[in-house]
Ligand binder design. Structure first.
Ligand code: PGA
Length: 252
């Protein structure tokens, strides 16, 4: 049975002392939460991964990175390698977030390399896909997402693909306060699962966790997560307050 997941993407927020407080608050709250077959993943800025791992060691959440460079080591000033993440025992890493695609020009091909580099070290990519507003308005959203998956993920062998988590994040919904409707989320998640089924077969498709992201919050999470094929959420803004984030976790 596929895992239900709530992942918090903190992006470039919180100084260290604030991050420590937030992580501790979330860890304490999770002590009292028992949700079957579910996982909570926190993705803080890279500087705080070690601290997060220390807290996670005695708590109910796992830790993900927000970014990685697709080489194990070398002259790549400022970058962080999958080997470094592996040594910290980080389990997940976000790949293909629309902010990386937009502000850092990350291409399908570069994202493919990141996916491969992570899987080589058994770190699961949380692969983000999603269309821009003009693409949705032009009715191209299904083909845009198809291409994103085909170009960066569908080269994987079935056993590698089974370690991937997909997050559908319509770009027009990220940080805007305008989430996808239940219907829009439902049909895109079904589309993604169908594409995966076509490529990897029924069992792999059924085991894949597909998260929704984009202005998901404590108010809309329960409805979104109740849609067939929506297996949880990738949460940005609403993951920065422990109380709200825990409400989202409880919506699983
Ligand atoms: P948001 O961001 O929840 O703030 O819209 C989601 C994301 O970018 O992962």
């Amino acid at each position: 049975m596929r895992k239900r997941i709530v992942a918090g993407n903190w992006k470039m927020n919180k100084v260290f002392s604030e991050a420590e407080t937030l992580i501790t608050e979330i860890a304490d709250a999770l002590d009292n939460v028992e949700i079957e077959n579910a996982e909570v993943i926190l993705c803080p800025p890279a500087l705080y991964l070690e601290m997060a791992m220390d807290v996670a060691f005695e708590s109910n959440f796992t830790v993900g990175a927000q970014n990685v460079y697709p080489e194990d080591s070398g002259a790549y000033t400022g970058e962080i390698s999958p080997l470094m993440l592996k040594e910290l025992n980080v389990d997940y890493c976000i790949v293909g977030h629309s902010e990386r695609r937009k502000y850092f020009g990350e291409s399908h091909e570069f994202l493919l390399r990141k996916v491969d580099a992570l899987l080589k070290h058994d770190i699961s990519p949380i692969f983000c896909c999603g269309e821009l507003l003009p693409e949705r308005e032009a009715g191209e959203h299904f083909s845009v997402v198809k291409r994103q998956l085909e170009e960066s993920l569908f080269h994987l062998a079935p056993d590698e693909f089974s370690k991937v988590v997909i997050a559908y994040e319509p770009v027009w919904a990220i940080g805007t306060g305008v989430n996808a409707s239940n219907e829009q989320a439902r049909e895109m998640h079904a589309h993604i699962r169908k594409l995966v089924k076509g490529k990897y077969g029924l069992e792999t498709a059924e085991n894949l966790s597909i998260l929704y992201g984009g202005s998901c919050n404590a108010k809309n999470a329960a409805e979104l997560f109740a849609q067939p094929d929506v297996d949880g959420g990738l949460i940005g803004g609403a993951s920065l307050k422990a109380e709200e984030f825990i409400k989202i976790v409880l919506s699983l």
